[in-house]
Structure formats: structure tokens, C-alpha cells
Design a protein around this ligand. Structure first.
Ligand SMILES: [Fe+2]
Length: 380
């Protein structure tokens, strides 16, 4: 049996925020971060809401902590909102997704996994959750998981369940018009990686494939144009990130994310830049596996000759949007060598490893890092 989970409604367009006018909630909690307040996006949301009482939680930090989620939960328990509106990047959306559950259930987020029946634990879904992403990459507006950091234990918690998925995603193009170039490039590479890994994962299915395939086409045709200031292309990128989210959210990511998570965490590199950097290396590593046929298929659908052509196209795109194509562009040899063993061990412990079409052993993982450091094409 297969399940494809998505929000009930996705609203998109230049005026998509207007959909909030139809919300009849009396009490609303807006979850955001400081930059959303400064950019005026929180006010934009507030202006279209008709609720009597609106509270704003704007303390979400990048890679949000459990403490932040609990602080927001406390506010939600006091307010008892029937609507939570999350406006921001992946971190903001992740906090709101967890808070919607935690405001009703006094449980350790660790118990929330895809197999937990939250209704059996007393969950009544008292609040509707509307996600309004302001970056075009994470797909967090439509995915099952929320990523939180347990600072005390120095580990990531990922409460993950289909009830974590927002009820509505609003993709308003105006909110991404002023996105900084660096963020367009990084988040765009994250979306491309989601779409490609989503098509190679063992749980891929016809529905996830449809989303991933279209997302790949849109990203290959629009990311560079968006980076260079084309707003029509930027709108397409906003859609494609959510489509990729629907795809990989229902199939999984793989080894590119294992490398990207690990390298990004050790060297504090933006998630999208970090996964993007490993994408061509891991895809080349996949050429000697069953995934090769799939990569050929993706290439041909995008008018490229073969999997090798697809990898070259991605490398060219990365150069044109100023994403580093080798690790030595961002870390020194000394730093790299000093951390290599940790990088290899953490990559092999990453949760996305098991859903990869080819799984490397210790030596291969180390070699992939070394090749990626030097910018050498994988030949094993
Ligand atoms: Fe990602």
C-alpha cells in the first residue's frame, strides 16, 4: 500500500496571500523570524487576517532549537489559536509544524514518527496550519518532517508524521522577489537535489515521480534566470521547490543529503550550498549502479544525451550561479584533513544513507570526500 501526502490546498500566484482573507479564525498565532518582521512580511500577513486576536512569535533562529519550539508552544497553549500561520524559510516552517502538535500533546518530540497514531495520543488538530514559504528550496511547506536541534545532546530531532504536513501552502511570488542572490542559488540547488534524489529513492512512486520530473525541468530552465534577476523565472522556482518537496517528501532523499548534512554541520555551510556541492559527485558515483538507467531517463527527458550530460549540465549551472564545485573552494586542506574522519563517520550514520541507490563503505566515503575536495571526477 502506498500513500501520497500533501497539504489540502496549495494557493499560488502574485496575490496568493489574499487567500488568508477567507480564514474565519478568532485567534491566530503567526510564527516568523526577525527578518520577516523587518521585511514587513509579518505585517502583510496581519493586514489580510480578520481575526480578533493575533499574536506574533518572531524568535525562530536558523537551525531552530527544541527550546525555541517549546517557547513557541508555551505561547500557543496560552493563546489556543485555531489558526497558525508560519511565514519564513524552512526553520520557521519547521518550528510551526512541531508547535501545532506540541501545543496539544505533552510528548517528547522523539515519539513523533511516521508510525505514531497522534489521534490515539489525544491529538485533535485544533489548529489549522498555513505555511507561507519565503525561500524557494526546502519544500518544508509540504513535507512530513520538522528538523529541530537538541542543543544539550548536540543532535537533530526530526518529528515526522503525516499530521506534521501543513493544511495549506501559500506560494505568493511577491515574497521571493527580493530574495538575495546567494539564497536563490543555495535554495535552488537544494530543490534540484530534492527532485533528483526523490526520483532515485527506493520509495519513489508514480505520484512522487510526476512532481520530481516537473520540478527538475522547471529548475533546469529557470534557476539561472532567477539568479540573474528574472522575476518570472523566480516565480517558477518558487513553484518547483514545493513540487520537489511533494516529490521527495513522499519518496525520500539519499546520499547527497547524507554528505550535505554532514559537511554543512561540521563547517557551518548553508544546507543548499552543501548538498548542491555534493550532487555531481554522488550522481557520478551512482553511474555504476542501477540508478544509472534512471539518470539517463532524467537526462533524455531534459533533452540531454545521457547521465553524464546531465551531470555536466548541473556542473555548468553551479558555475553560472556561483555555487562552489569543490570543497577546496570553501575549506583549507588543513581543516579538511583534520575533520575527515568525523565527516566519514557522520556521513555513514546519516539517516538518508539507507534510502540511497548505492551505499558506500568507509573507504569509498572517504574517497568521495577526497575527490570532492580536489574537484576530481569520481571513477569508482
Ligand atoms: Fe535539502
Amino acid at each position: 500500500m502506498w500513500t501520497f501526502v500533501s497539504p489540502r490546498v496549495i494557493v499560488f500566484g502574485e496575490d496568493a496571500l489574499e487567500a488568508l482573507r477567507n480564514e474565519k479564525a478568532e485567534r491566530v498565532l503567526i510564527v516568523a523570524d526577525e527578518s520577516m518582521v523587518k521585511l514587513g512580511y509579518v505585517n502583510k500577513v496581519k493586514e489580510v487576517l480578520t481575526a480578533n486576536k493575533v499574536e506574533i512569535f518572531s524568535e525562530v533562529e536558523p537551525e531552530p532549537s527544541m527550546e525555541t519550539a517549546f517557547k513557541c508552544t508555551k505561547l500557543a497553549r496560552e493563546l489556543q489559536p485555531s489558526l497558525i500561520v508560519a511565514v519564513g524559510g524552512g526553520s520557521v516552517l519547521d518550528v510551526a509544524k512541531a508547535v501545532r502538535i506540541l501545543m496539544e500533546l505533552d510528548v517528547d518530540p522523539l515519539v513523533i514518527n511516521p508510525f505514531t497514531d497522534l489521534y490515539e495520543l489525544g491529538f485533535k488538530k485544533k489548529a489549522k496550519l498555513i505555511a507561507i514559504p519565503t525561500t524557494s528550496g526546502t519544500g518544508a511547506d509540504v513535507t512530513w518532517a520538522s528538523v529541530l536541534t537538541d542543543k544539550a545532546e548536540n543532535r537533530k530531532l526530526t518529528p515526522s508524521n503525516k499530521e506534521v504536513v501543513p493544511d495549506v501552502s501559500i506560494l505568493d511570488y511577491r515574497l521571493v522577489e527580493a530574495m538575495p542572490k546567494r539564497l536563490i542559488a543555495g535554495s535552488g540547488m537544494d530543490a534540484l537535489t530534492h527532485a533528483i534524489e526523490g526520483m532515485l529513492a527506493p520509495w519513489k512512486n508514480e505520484f512522487s515521480d510526476a512532481m520530481c520530473e516537473k520540478a527538475i525541468e522547471l529548475i533546469l530552465n529557470n534557476l539561472e534566470r532567477s539568479y540573474n534577476g528574472d522575476l518570472e523565472a523566480r516565480a517558477k522556482m518558487h513553484l518547483s521547490a514545493t513540487m520537489a518537496g511533494l516529490g521527495f517528501g513522499n519518496s525520500q532523499v539519499g546520499l547527497v543529503h547524507s554528505f550535505g548534512h554532514t559537511f554543512g554541520a561540521v563547517f557551518k555551510i548553508h544546507h543548499g550550498v552543501s548538498v548542491g556541492l555534493f550532487l555531481p559527485y554522488v550522481l557520478t558515483y551512482y553511474l555504476k549502479s542501477d540508478a544509472r538507467a534512471r539518470l539517463d531517463e532524467i537526462a533524455i527527458k531534459n533533452k540531454l544525451s545521457s547521465a553524464e550530460g546531465l551531470i555536466d549540465r548541473i556542473l555548468g549551472l553551479m558555475r553560472n550561479i556561483e555555487i562552489p564545485t569543490k570543497l577546496s573552494e570553501i575549506v583549507s586542506e588543513h581543516e579538511f584533513k583534520a575533520n575527515l574522519e568525523t565527516l566519514v563517520l557522520n556521513t555513514l550514520n546519516d539517516s538518508s544513507l539507507g534510502t540511497s541507490p548505492r551505499i558506500p563503505d568507509y573507504n569509498e566515503t572517504q574517497k568521495i570526500y577526497e575527490y570532492a575536495f580536489e574537484g576530481k571526477r569520481i571513477d569508482f
